[in-house]
Design a binder for this molecule. Structure first.
Ligand code: CP
Length: 337
C-alpha cells in the first residue's frame, strides 16, 4: 500500500526543477479518507475550484494529454465510473473502460493483483471498485501506478466523501461544527463510513438514524468517539422523546442513503427494512431554511420526487461537484495539479 509518506515514482527519484511532480499526492494511492489531514483537503478543493473554472471557461483542456486511466469496476456504477471518465476526458486524457469484468479475463479466474499488474502496463492510474473490503489496498500493494479506491465493499468510498465534503463547503460555506444527520443503511453504506471520518476533521456533530440492524459499525463509532466527536443514534428522524425537537430541526446536512440490497443475505431480510424512511416535503417543513439534503445516489425511494423541487435538495448538484473533485484528484496523482 502506498500511503501519504511514499510515492510511486515509476523508477525515477530525480525530478527536474519546477517539475510539478513535486506536488503533494503525485504518485500516491487514494485508498481511505484516513490518509487526509485538513491541509490536504484545502489543497484538493483549491484545485477542484480551478477545474470548475476551467470547465466553465473552456470545457476540455490538455492538462493530462497522453495520460491513460484504467476504470476497473467489479461492481455496477453510473456516477463514479462515468464521472472519472468525464474527468479524464475533460483533462485531455483517455480511458480504458472495464465496467463489466465478466467480459475480461477476471471471468477466467485472473486474480486482482494480476489484473492490476496487467492494466498498469497500459495505463497511468487505475480506478478500482471491488466488492471486498481492502481490495484497493491489496491492489495498491502490487501496483506501481496509483490506485484510486472507487468503493471497496462495505469499507470506504473516499472520492465520494471528498466530493460530499466539497458539496457541503460550496453549499453551506463551512463544515466546522455542523450537525450532519446520516440516515438509512449506515452499516453497509461505504459513503457514510468515509464521510463521517472526514467530517471528524471539522468537529461535526453526527446524528445516525437507522434501524438497529443497519447501525453505523461499532469500530467507526469508537474511532469517532476517540476523536471527541459528538454522536447520537436514533431509529427515527422524529424520535418520541419528551421535550426533544425532531432530529431534522437541528440538522445542517441531511445525508440520505439507500438500503444496500446487494449486501443482504436474503430478499426477506432486505424487505424488512427497505422502506422505513422516506424524505418528503412534509419532512422538510421541520428543517432549517439553510440546510441541504444530500444523497450519494442511486436513490430507490428514500427521497420522494417532490423534494427535487426544493432548493435545499443538493443531490443533483452533488454529482457535478464530483466531476471537479475527481478532475483534481487525477491531476494531483499524475503530478499535474
Ligand atoms: N455514488 C456512487 O458511488 O454512485 P455509483 O454507484 O453510480 O457509482
Amino acid at each position: 500500500m502506498n500511503t501519504s509518506t511514499t510515492r510511486k515514482l515509476n523508477g525515477s527519484n530525480h525530478l527536474p526543477l519546477g517539475d510539478q511532480r513535486n506536488a503533494p499526492f503525485y504518485g500516491k494511492d487514494i485508498l481511505s479518507v484516513k490518509q487526509f489531514i485538513r491541509d490536504d483537503l484545502t489543497y484538493i478543493y483549491e484545485v477542484a475550484h480551478e477545474m470548475r473554472e476551467m470547465v466553465a471557461r473552456i470545457g476540455t483542456f490538455d492538462l493530462l494529454k497522453g495520460k491513460i486511466l484504467a476504470n476497473l469496476f467489479y461492481e455496477p456504477s453510473t456516477r463514479t465510473s462515468s464521472s472519472f471518465t468525464a474527468a479524464m476526458e475533460r483533462l485531455g486524457g483517455s480511458v480504458i473502460p472495464i465496467n463489466e469484468v465478466r467480459y475480461s479475463s477476471v471471468s477466467k479466474g485472473e486474480s486482482l493483483p494480476d489484473t492490476v499488474r496487467t492494466l498498469e502496463c497500459y495505463a497511468d492510474v487505475i480506478v478500482l471498485r471491488h466488492p471486498e473490503v481492502g481490495a484497493s489496498a491489496l491492489a495498491a500493494k502490487y501496483a506501481r501506478k496509483p490506485i484510486i479506491n472507487a468503493g471497496d465493499g462495505v469499507g470506504e468510498h473516499p472520492t465520494q466523501a471528498l466530493l460530499d465534503l466539497f458539496t457541503i463547503l460550496e453549499e453551506i460555506g463551512d463544515a466546522e461544527g455542523l450537525t450532519v444527520t446520516m440516515l438509512g443503511d449506515l452499516k453497509n453504506g461505504r459513503t457514510v463510513h468515509s464521510l463521517s471520518r472526514l467530517l471528524s476533521l471539522f468537529h461535526a456533530k453526527l446524528n445516525f438514524v437507522s434501524p438497529a440492524v443497519l447501525e453505523m459499525p461499532a469500530e467507526i463509532v469508537s474511532e469517532l468517539a476517540d476523536k471527541g466527536i459528538h454522536q447520537h443514534a436514533y431509529t427515527d428522524l422524529d424520535p418520541v422523546i419528551a421535550d426533544t425537537d425532531p432530529v431534522i430541526a437541528d440538522t445542517d446536512v441531511l445525508y440520505v442513503t439507500r438500503v444496500q440490497k446487494e449486501r443482504f443475505a436474503s430478499e426477506a431480510e432486505y424487505d424488512e427494512v427497505k422502506n422505513l424512511y422516506v424524505i418528503t416535503p412534509e419532512t422538510l417543513k421541520q428543517a432549517k431554511k439553510k440546510m441541504i439534503v444530500m444523497h450519494p445516489l442511486p436513490r430507490v425511494g428514500e427521497i420522494s420526487l417532490e423534494v427535487d423541487e426544493d432548493p435545499r435538495a443538493a443531490y443533483f448538484r452533488q454529482m457535478e461537484y464530483g466531476l471537479y473533485t475527481r478532475m483534481a484528484l487525477l491531476a494531483m496523482v499524475l503530478g499535474k495539479a
